[in-house]
Design a protein around this ligand. Structure first.
Ligand SMILES: Cc1ncc(COP(=O)(O)O)c(C=O)c1O
Length: 399
């Protein structure tokens, strides 16, 4: 039986969350928080900024924003278990953070005892998991994704789980792989790990999930709607990608209400600024923001095909070794013998950035990514510049 109390660190289980007078009293003459009640030190303040009352601390709970986010996710439940989902998401399933990066750090501090516990990752994957784990003195254990499918190796993961591995990170769709991890595999792992009495959490980072979606469908590939079904499941999402709001820093953690309680108790009370929540409310609103997000996703998907088609015609560019579930592709750069080559890929990367101001990402040092460049899909104009410059640079390198 899974028991969250065996998973959360004892110091967090006994933590009393910070409380302020505003938790109990919100209106009237507010002289409780040592704010500057004259107002913000800004000239030419707009009506909108005025309405945000920026001289006041932001709302620590953000229930309205959480409600709007879950309205969106609940409207399209997970495709696999759509008929058996017991409980829809509620705001009590969520914890908001300063980007997913804060969520990653918060989970580590909630679950892993420094220099004792471990975190399992499946490379090639997002670099911040290892950095956050190292900062928290948590050892990383690696079980690479299968190649060339870039799907999870379930038997190897299950074999590696022991009493000190407390977190397993899956990235779906993956970075830099751009491949959705099959939902049935995530569910197998959730169920099998509980069957072997493993006491830990499976975290699915869905930073790019909206790029896999058919928004006309009534179901979704996202596993965020399954957190009330699986107490060992945690899902991370962010407004940095499909919503085009990397600058506001908003990450969303979905989990059982019990775990969300501990995460909310741990977080800094005012981590979500009033500016951030104002913009996030507009972006996740069904009438306005969501329609724009769908449009951006649909444009990105069309452009992704266009970029791929054009790249495939360029001599020296090989396969797209990643998937088509994200807003980037992972293409091989070849040497003169037609083999993927880190040397040529790195030259191309440098030449593009230094001489042409076109910046992509060299990923050739990642496991099973020899010679790979990760290319974000831009606007039609940006993509055309990329293609033209890349063609020129490769011709120059291969002369
Ligand atoms: C898989 C993955 N997770 C999380 C993030 C970071 O998200 P945020 O901007 O919300 O911190 C990224 C950013 O590239 C990412 O690729």
């Amino acid at each position: 039986m899974f028991d969250l109390k065996q998973v959360v660190r004892p110091n967090i289980l006994s933590l009393e969350p910070y409380r302020c007078a505003r938790d109990d009293f919100k209106t009237g003459v507010l002289l409780d928080a040592n704010e500057n009640t004259y107002g913000p030190a800004l000239s030419n303040i707009s009506e909108e900024e005025k309405s945000l009352e920026l001289n006041r601390y932001p709302d620590p709970h953000q229930i309205d924003l959480k409600q709007q986010i879950i309205n969106f996710r609940n409207s399209r439940p997970n495709v696999f278990l759509k008929d058996v989902i017991k409980d829809k998401l509620t705001p009590q399933n969520l914890c908001l953070g300063v980007g997913s990066d804060e969520s990653i750090d918060l989970l580590l501090r909630c679950i892993c005892k420094p220099s004792v516990d471990k975190m399992l990752i499946c490379p090639p994957t997002y670099g911040m998991y290892s950095i956050c784990a190292t900062v928290n003195d948590v050892e990383i254990v690696k079980v690479p994704l299968l190649y060339p499918s870039f799907q999870i190796d379930i038997p190897s993961i299950l074999k590696t789980l022991d009493e000190n591995v407390k977190l397993v990170y899956l990235t779906s769709p993956g970075n830099p792989t751009g491949k959705l991890i099959q939902v049935k595999d995530v569910i197998t792992l959730l169920e099998s790990s509980i069957s072997q009495n493993w006491q830990g959490l499976i975290v699915v980072d869905e930073a790019y999930i909206d790029f896999t979606e058919d928004f006309t469908s009534t179901t979704s590939e996202s596993v965020s709607t399954l957190v009330n079904q699986y107490p060992n499941l945690v899902v991370l999402q962010t407004l940095s990608k499909s919503f085009g709001l990397a600058g506001i820093r908003l990450g969303i953690t979905y989990s059982s209400t019990e775990l969300a309680y501990y995460l909310n108790a741990m977080k800094y009370p005012y981590n979500i600024s009033s500016l951030t929540s104002n913009v996030a409310m507009r972006a996740t609103n069904i009438e306005s923001g969501l329609k724009i997000m769908y449009e951006y996703v649909s444009n990105t998907i069309k452009q992704r095909q266009n970029v791929l088609d054009q790249l495939q015609t360029i001599k020296g560019i090989g396969r797209n070794i990643g998937g088509l579930d994200s807003n980037f592709i992972l293409v091989e750069v070849l040497d003169k013998q037609g083999q993927p080559s880190n040397e040529v890929a790195q030259k191309l990367y440098n030449e593009l950035a230094v001489a042409n101001e076109v910046v992509v990402r060299f990923r050739g040092k990642e496991v099973n990514c020899e010679g790979a460049l990760r290319i974000t899909i831009g606007t039609a104009d940006e993509n055309q510049i990329l293609i033209d410059k890349l063609k020129q640079c490769l011709a120059e390198i291969n002369k």
